[in-house]
Design a protein around this ligand. Structure first.
Ligand code: SAH
Ligand code: SF4
Length: 339
């Protein structure tokens, strides 16, 4: 059985050729899959009943199931999806104030090998890479379930996208061409896999690169992220400068704020110094407590003080609004609970 989700226009044409139908039929099917996001062939109502019956003999829309769906009071929706082999990942839909923007937060791997100390996904270890079809299936599932069109995609769910770069790049190409989501509306977030950052820089994409920095210096970062011992902040900085030089794009720095650990006045000053010659915006993320460790969220006063100190250094700083806190919509948390 062919799965239609994830097929490009020319791949769908192979199916319509087989059924001796025109290329125009392939275009109609393509629209039903990516833009109108139907769940079944029967819903493709501009195809004749006879043609739909023939198509149903050899193809189906999708075999991915929604295992759990949670809706937060702020409108954030979190899904736990199950692929045909039984592996699950989470994907989150966030609506920001501007209702026209619908952001899907997608996973790139089942589990993650990077094992950051604060992250629930890391605790599971690495299970497997997702294929590009499995990645885009997350966005299609959201569109099918809500009837809405996703406008932005961030690779901030489970997994390290730069350790599955080929599949992630192919998924980005499909988001761009088939979903018609502009490259600037795609964001790849990484813990800092340096060789792959150089590779991305040379591809000169217009998408946004987000770096999970989370610390102002080597000592604190290596406590939070083992990856710092392999790819340290000095080397990371060189890679980020290269990236900005090659692409002209501004980087997003993600900084998790953990009480008493990396939220002090000294940390803010040290961070400002580290970033002073990097073209970037900073996104502060108040830590969302998980059951597996003792880290705590700082109080609002220290968050605002930290923000102020960084702004003083001339950077644009945003504090990530807590989305779906009541449904544990931070990285890796739902899967942690279902296990
Ligand atoms: N592996 C990539 C992509 C996943 S992004 C990366 O780490 O960048 C997942 C984001 O969620 C990261 O910025 C991570 O730091 C953040 N995150 C993980 N656990 C969190 C928690 N408990 N509270 C808030 N943010 C968390
Ligand atoms: Fe992996 Fe990112 Fe979680 Fe670190 S924060 S363990 S890199 S998913």
């Amino acid at each position: 059985m062919e799965i239609l989700s994830g097929l490009t226009q020319s791949e769908i044409e192979k199916i319509t050729d087989e059924l001796k139908a025109s290329k125009f039929r392939a275009r109609q099917i393509h629209n039903w899959i990516y833009l109108k996001s139907v769940s079944s062939i029967d819903e493709m109502t501009d195809l004749s009943v006879k043609f739909r019956e023939e198509l149903k003999q050899i193809a189906t829309v999708s075999e991915t199931k929604i295992k759990v769906k949670q809706v937060s009071s702020d409108g954030t929706i979190k899904y736990l999806l199950e692929y045909p082999d039984g592996e699950c990942v989470e994907t989150v839909l966030m609506r920001f104030d501007n209702r026209a923007n619908l952001t899907a937060c997608v996973s790139s791997q089942v589990g993650c090998a990077v094992n950051c100390s604060f992250c629930a996904t890391g605790k599971r270890g690495f299970i497997r890479n997702l294929t590009y079809k499995e990645i885009i299936e997350q966005v299609l599932t959201i569109q099918r379930d809500t009837g809405l069109k996703v406008t932005n995609v961030v690779f901030m769910g489970q997994g390290e996208p730069l350790l599955n770069l080929d599949q992630v790049l192919k998924a980005m190409e499909i988001f761009n061409e088939d979903f018609q989501i502009g490259a600037r509306r795609l964001t790849v977030s990484t813990s800092g896999i340096i060789p792959q950052i150089y590779k991305l820089a040379d591809l000169n994409l217009q998408s946004t690169l987000a770096i999970s920095l989370h610390a102002p210096n080597h000592a604190i970062r290596s406590k939070l992220m083992q990856i710092e011992n392999k790819y340290n902040m000095d080397e990371l900085k060189k890679a980020l400068k290269y990236y900005v030089n090659q692409t002209g794009r501004r980087i997003t720095i993600e900084y998790l704020l953990i009480k008493g650990l990396n939220d002090t006045v000294e940390a803010a000053k040290e961070l400002a110094h580290y970033l002073h010659d990097i073209k970037c915006n900073i996104n502060l993320i108040p830590y969302n407590p998980t059951a597996q460790n003792d880290y705590k969220r700082p109080d609002n006063k220290s968050i605002m003080q930290f923000k102020y100190l960084l702004e003083h250094s001339g950077k644009k700083v945003t504090v990530r609004l807590e989305r779906g806190a009541d449904i544990d919509a931070a990285c890796g948390q739902l899967k942690g609970k279902v296990d």
